[in-house]
Design a binder for this molecule. Sequence first.
Ligand SMILES: [Zn+2]
Length: 223
Amino acid sequence: MVVGDAIEWTAVLGIPLSATPGEGLLSVEQADGGRSRKIPYTVGHKQYKEQHLTVSPRTVDLSPEDQARYERERDHQAGVMATFTELPAGVALPSLRMRVPVPGRRSSSFGLRRVFNGQPRNPHSGMDIAAATGTPVVAPLAGRVIDVGDYFFNGGTVWLDHGQGLLSMYCHLSRMDVRVGDVLQAGDAFCQVGATGRVTGPHLHWGVMLNRTMVDPALFTPA
Ligand SMILES: [Zn+2]
């Protein structure tokens, strides 16, 4: 994602939690085919806390039917995550400043290493906000709806495309009042908090994806 203007711009990209700490090189290609530039960066080490959760056993040890369902949904979601539009029609240029989609306590944060019913699983890739079922969720930025579904782990889910490879996802919803193609402005209510999918109670799971990488939503919100 590129922010700024013709005089000065900044490229912002997501680095996955699974990245190996150390040196990396970013390659900047000129649109006119001119010389490319290499920009070095360093990925530091961070130790994330571990979190133990107890959930319904059928959401940890999957039956063959649930495993097949999960794999179908994973393939579908991979297509959604690959969405890249310069700027969806009706959507303003994305900003790095987002409003929090629901008021409430942030009950767990990005990067936590998670152990479900004693079994290690992928780290937490978003922000959990505790809120009652039925609490309206608002769009943190203008965006276009690119997916609405009910998934095994994520429950009721909506994905928004904000342009420039910046996507956001909302999970465990009880209600979804939008369809694919709908355009939302920042602050529009479009779904409601719930407890669907693999959860311990009602909350919003909010994910932010940049260049197909889940990044910490807290980076974009006021402290
Ligand atoms: Zn979550």
